[in-house]
Design a protein. Sequence first.
Length: 369
Amino acid sequence: MRNKKIHWVVPRYHTNMIPWVKALQEAGATVSMDVLIQGKTEDHSLIRPVIWEEGSFSRKLNSLKKKKGVNKPFVLPNVWAYWRYLKELKPDVVVVRDPSRYFSRMVMLFSLVLSFKLVLYNQAPLFRRTNILRRLMVHVINVLFRAKWITPVMGNQHKGFKPLPRHYFVPFAADWIGRKQNYHRDTWRILGIGKFERRKEQLTLLKALIRLTGDIPHWHLTWVGELSNEQHQVWYEEIMRFIHENKLHNKVTLVTNQPPSVMSTFYTNADVMVLPSRNEPASISVIEALGHGLPVICSHENGTACYIVDGSNGAVFKAGDEELLALALGKIHAKLKNLHAEFEKEIAETSQKMIDPKLFLAQFSKIIR
């Protein structure tokens, strides 16, 4: 990995990429990145992505489209300018996020002429049901572009599903921080992280906690989320109405728009992290919480549920089922209360194995050889 030039082409510099970038840099690689969007709370302490503006050809093309999509899937930078840039950069490996994006496809075409290895990155489960058409399409891409694919989502390998050709699991990573505080025996402190969107299922979590109030009277939920558009505001107000109607003001705190630099404080002050969301491709907050030594509860529709060993470092429940979520919460609470020291040791041993940056580096190194 030393002296390798690893270049990423992604919609934006997502938080989940920071540990990857750090691991590559510490292994001696030079890491660079091109994006189309910059998020409001990005951390550029390790790398500053190059933000590309839309080219004139792309603007004309997109003026005809009714659907613009999220994260600018149909946007291209100036084709000639980007060709010259990439040719001069001379990367050894280019990792491209989601080959359905126009920018990604442009870079894939450039790989036919420029001498870099092409790695395609998505968050589709490695083990999943696929049809013949999908397998044929992947085969054509693999042959034409000599590509390999990576995903940080394992999927369900117990149902007999087989990975697509040249597809590999490359795990998310996080530094091991571990528990900095003792378990709060007076009030059970629950942390939730996610945008204020309906699919994050904040109300399902609150309903599950209400179910538990008789057995666990002293609990407090802190939910940290992004509140940056009209849809977020509508759902935020819906949650606030529920809190008011159920007299939960003293039990729930909603925190908005926090930068990554302060998130560690929220993990440190929590006893458990819960993410009940549906249709969640791969939540990085689950990985970060595991890195802080927390047990994590999430739904089966979360891609990073594969990093949770049920009963050892958390629990996985059926999405949308508040009764099963309450049951999972009760079991984790009981283990923390009655087997505190033993459970924390089990969490540490399990989670460190799942999110070790060395594991990411070993897997990624094999793929780019």
